[in-house]
Design a binder for this molecule. Structure first.
Ligand SMILES: Nc1ncnc2c1ncn2[C@@H]1O[C@H](COP(=O)(O)OP(=O)(O)OP(=O)(O)O)[C@@H](O)[C@H]1O
Ligand SMILES: [Mg+2]
Length: 220
């Protein structure tokens, strides 16, 4: 019998609300599930946006296991996910996560990779830079993802350069797209929509995450 390895854990985290943590979490989960991986999502945000998305998931869509807990009692959700013998667990965190000092430090140590989405322009890239420095100090493996990218706008290239200097930057950005925005009420990732814009964007991000984690082919 083949021994199942421990699930790889991806933590979505940022010090900025609305940066795209939940959207990135479920789109990566959908990609992984469609590639045949046993996937779970853990929602640590009491507002439950990821949980609401999961509840709308169509019955015929590839299975994604779901766990919900608070930032201060995430242990039981992690244990339940461990018992489910998954390949990959994607963890979503609430905004203002820096308020949960002890919990976030523990979480980043448990994660195989921390992903920090950043919107383009405004204060977002500098907040992401600050957060990446914190993650580095904590000894975490971390990478930034430029989200809601407006590739034709003036701030696109400077934002990428700023994030590149801050640490590891996912080489694929996710554009600001209506089709991505709409998935939140559908319970699917863009990869599960017919002819949706943004599939290639997340395919790139998923390929990056997969290679960072050394995740080979799904066992099936
Ligand atoms: N690439 C994108 N294109 C279009 N809309 C997007 C994209 N990414 C996120 N959004 C939209 O931006 C808003 C914020 O995204 P999301 O909820 O994923 O951020 P968050 O970091 O989880 O927020 P919070 O900190 O409040 O939990 C949502 O309305 C979402 O649909
Ligand atoms: Mg969220």
């Amino acid at each position: 019998m083949k021994m199942r390895l421990k699930a790889k854990k991806v933590l979505l985290t940022s010090a900025k609300g609305g940066s795209g943590k939940t959207t990135t979490a479920y789109n990566l989960a959908a990609f992984a599930a469609n590639d045949g991986f046993k996937v779970g999502i853990i929602d640590l945000d009491t507002q439950g946006a990821l949980t609401s998305w999961w509840r709308m998931r169509p019955a015929e869509a590839p299975e994604i296991r779901h766990f919900h807990a608070g930032m201060n009692d995430f242990g039981r959700a992690f244990e339940a996910a461990e018992r489910a013998e998954l390949d990959l667990v994607i963890v979503d965190t609430p905004p203002a996560v820096e308020a949960f000092d002890g919990a976030i430090r523990l979480l980043v140590r448990l994660a195989d990779i921390c992903l920090v989405p950043s919107n383009q322009g405004g204060v977002d890239p500098s907040v992401a830079t600050h957060w990446l420095k914190f993650l580095k100090r904590e000894g975490a493996r971390a990478a930034c993802i430029l989200n809601r990218a407006k590739t034709n706008s003036r701030s696109f290239q400077p934002t990428k350069i700023e994030l590149q200097f801050a640490g590891k930057l996912c080489p694929f950005e996710v554009r600001d797209l209506e089709d991505i925005k709409e998935t939140v009420t559908l319970g699917v990732g863009v990869v599960e929509l017919v002819k949706a814009n943004g599939v290639g964007d997340y395919r790139g991000v998923w390929a990056f995450v997969r290679s960072e984690l050394g995740l080979g082919e799904a066992e099936g």
